[in-house]
Design a protein around this ligand. Structure first.
Ligand code: MN
Length: 330
């Protein structure tokens, strides 16, 4: 493989295991839909391959390392005991793939928020014993979000293990469902960002980052719209808090976002929004993602490489931010 100036690390790359496919199909009654998860898509052969075929495509497309995570909605739709055993199985398989190809794959653990104490224990096993690099949660769990203190034992474990939490989209929760799912054709491009961006802001609003100040969260899609709204959010926050008489947070929403969040370029490898995100967050809070196999990895890498960046920005976004956030040795 030709050596690039920077090794391209791609941080939001999907996989699945047959046992999870079977359970997703079972609870969906075998009917694929936007709600049933990846059984709906033509992506299955690539999702199931965490070996030679995937590496051959990475070589052909110029991706050095993929950071893999169980495809949305992960195990979050399953009964807690089923979710826990499938999470263990998925984490074991992912760890085996990463150990078989340590210079090509790293992985994020999955753990069921619907069983937060057991999930915290599984995360500890996955990080400490299996060598996985963080946790992925696919937005809401049973229409509930991580601002709810019932989930905080899991956040406490994420912070204590000093690994990042990647909050990935899924179909909108009940509170947003009617408006967003009615817009056929816009559910992913707009609805996922509203769902997942709202999730992140709920966490800020609830004081999650006061309770867990070292917690580091990763958002895909250049921050699910938040960076582009951050100045307006910061500008209106003190006004609105003042009107309601509520106690303000010690920091501005933007200070939490810049201090506790990193974003990836999944689905957003476009020049104008990437330049805006660099201006607003800095390249050291941005990292490349292809979203393989949901997006065409070859086309995405070509799009990304065509975006005008300085050499320092390119190296930071291609490689250095990801190495720092996920603790991947050079
Ligand atoms: Mn994705």
């Amino acid at each position: 493989m030709a050596q690039l100036a920077a090794k391209l690390i791609s941080v939001e790359e999907g996989f699945i295991i047959p046992e999870v496919v079977d359970e997703l199909a079972r609870i969906a009654g075998g009917v694929p839909s936007m709600k049933s998860g990846p059984i709906a898509g033509p992506f299955m052969p690539r999702l199931l391959d965490i070996g030679a075929g995937r590496i051959a495509e990475m070589d052909a497309d110029g991706v050095a390392v993929q950071i893999l995570s169980l495809s949305a909605p992960g195990v979050q739709k399953f009964a807690p005991d089923v979710a826990l055993s499938l999470a263990r199985l998925a984490n074991d398989r992912l760890s085996e793939a990463a150990k078989a190809h340590p210079d090509r794959f790293a992985g994020l653990a999955v753990a069921p928020p619907q069983a937060p104490v057991e999930a915290a224990k599984e995360l500890e096993r996955a990080v400490s014993r299996l060598g996985l690099k963080g946790l992925i949660i696919n937005s809401h769990t049973g229409d509930e979000y991580l601002d709810d203190p019932k989930f905080w034992p899991l956040l406490e474990a994420v912070e204590a293990l000093d690994v990042p939490l990647y909050i990935h989209p899924r179909e909108p929760g009940a509170g947003l469902w009617d408006g967003l799912m009615a817009m056929t054709g816009f559910t992913v491009g707009w609805g996922y960002a509203v769902e997942t961006g709202t999730h992140a802001l709920r966490m800020i609003a609830a004081g999650v980052f006061e309770r867990f100040p070292k917690l580091q969260v990763v958002l895909g899609h250049l921050g699910e719209g938040i960076p582009f709204m951050l100045q307006r959010i910061d500008n209106r926050y003190p006004f609105e808090i003042g009107v309601t008489g509520k106690a303000p947070l010690p920091k501005t929403p933007g200070e939490y976002f810049r201090g506790n969040f990193t974003v990836s370029t999944s689905g957003m490898n476009f020049a104008a929004p990437l330049r805006a995100a660099i201006d607003i967050l800095g390249a050291d809070r941005i990292m490349f993602a292809a979203d393989h196999p949901m997006e065409n990895q070859k086309a995405v890498v070509a799009d990304y490489m065509a975006i005008p960046l300085t050499d320092a920005e390119r190296r930071q976004i291609s490689e250095l931010t990801a190495r720092r956030v996920f603790k991947i040795a050079a």
